[in-house]
Design a protein around this ligand. Sequence first.
Ligand SMILES: *Cc1c(COP(=O)(O)O)cnc(C)c1O
Ligand code: SF4
Length: 337
Amino acid sequence: MIARSAAVRRRPLWQEILAAAVTDPERLLARLELDPALLPAARAAAARFPLRVPEPWLARIRPGDPRDPLLLQVLPLGAERAPQPPRFRPDPLGERAALAARGLVRKYRSRALLVATGACAIHCRYCFRRHFPYGEGACGARWEEALAWLARHPEVDEVILSGGDPLTLPDATLAVLADALEAVPHLRRLRVHTRLPVAIPARVDEGLAAWLGGLRRLQAVVVVHVNHPREIDEEVAAALARLRALGVTLLNQSVLLRGVNDDAGILAALSGRLFESGVLPYYLHLLDPVEGAAHFEVPEAEARALHRTLAAVLPGYLVPRLAREEPGAPAKTLLGE
Ligand SMILES: *Cc1c(COP(=O)(O)O)cnc(C)c1O
Ligand code: SF4
């Protein structure tokens, strides 16, 4: 009967995993057996954009390897504070200018993006929202203004819940929001842009299934964000399978990142791993030139060459669209088509 207490120990809830994420650079380095000499630079970079890594992600990083592709996505580095080329700016996508209503970014005619929260489960160092002014009221704790705007715009038939990461919100909040969106008659699809099924696979629980699988009218699309095949371990694959079982269409977007996935073999393996997990590759984004992320950039010519190689080795449906975001453009700009 010795094993009994272990057998009945319940698995942690996603909220507990979220709350216990590592935010202290010193703890991260110690946990991953990395050189303590990295600490001053990590601290300085984290002072600008905080470190945040949840345990399931940490568990996939190889200890002692400063070049691990999962580590590089989350480790604050001195390079973030180095002088940046002038293209690299705090708001490279002009999102502030595209705010249609409080918390609603509308750039493309038929879909609008609702900044549901500023919070994320994991902080990706290259994120273009690292300087987004969430505190200035761009994200709606209350969504009336955005809902009223949507009701007045019948040309919009899809709402994208984004952020931050919308799945950091409680299911009760998301259910209320989903209900309100279902009541807007011209909306047809509800899309969720999230990294949570990957960062904390326990997030895909019964509460999430209840509101996402319970949509009456809107079709659900979940776009996850995976950059490297090692991000999809068995737990993540199981979470993705649970989403699929709800009838959700699953797509993936990646960002092309120096040192992480700037290799045709890795990108091809990523597409294969995604498909095994029921996810179709959607976009491979060129890095948005956000201040502090210049060291992640892969030049466009190299990106196009990688994309050509992918197209030569993969079936067409596993080749993500190589895309770039340009302020003012009517859609994402596709490269290498
Ligand atoms: C990327 C993006 C979308 C979605 O574009 P799709 O091509 O439909 O995936 C919508 N709104 C904004 C503001 C975006 O940046
Ligand atoms: S989860 Fe998405 S929004 Fe959040 S930091 Fe990462 S890339 Fe940015």
